[in-house]
Design a protein around this ligand. Sequence first.
Ligand SMILES: [Zn+2]
Length: 177
Amino acid sequence: MIFISAGHHLKDPGAVANGVQENLLTIDLRNLVTQSLTKLGAKYIIDKDTETLAQYLGRIKSGTGSVICELHFNAGSSKAEGMEVLIPERNTEEERSLGAAICDAGHATMGLRYRGVFDETKSHRKRLGLMRKEGINVLVEVCFITNKSDLEKYEGGKTQFAQKLAELLKKYDDMKQ
Ligand SMILES: [Zn+2]
């Protein structure tokens, strides 16, 4: 089973910059990914737009063969750019290789800089709530909401990226039952 969630719900804007809100971007991208997953015939569960992360995590039951993916947008200086993927501190080969493949897809479909795959201790929160579930855990920081050029690249290629991300999530979900 694939679990795909928007990093922020409707009452939690997340980062706000350049006239856009992170929660609306992540909800939109999650919907694009699920459209592609449906076309691929993949099974998935999503978060509700009004649900907090704690409520969502309390509801879902993943297994060792599951793929859990959460979408976020990064914030930093107006010059900071590119895509990164966060994985658990105690990570697996699958998490490292899926993370790298997602960053590759971000570069190929949107021209975003490849920042790389980092364990959660490198994130500003140090320990991410998402990463405690059984299965392959990845948190995608798509691009910088604080960088206008990143946002233009994102808008130009998001549909192709969503398709590629859906294919990757299905591929890793299909590896183990
Ligand atoms: Zn976020």
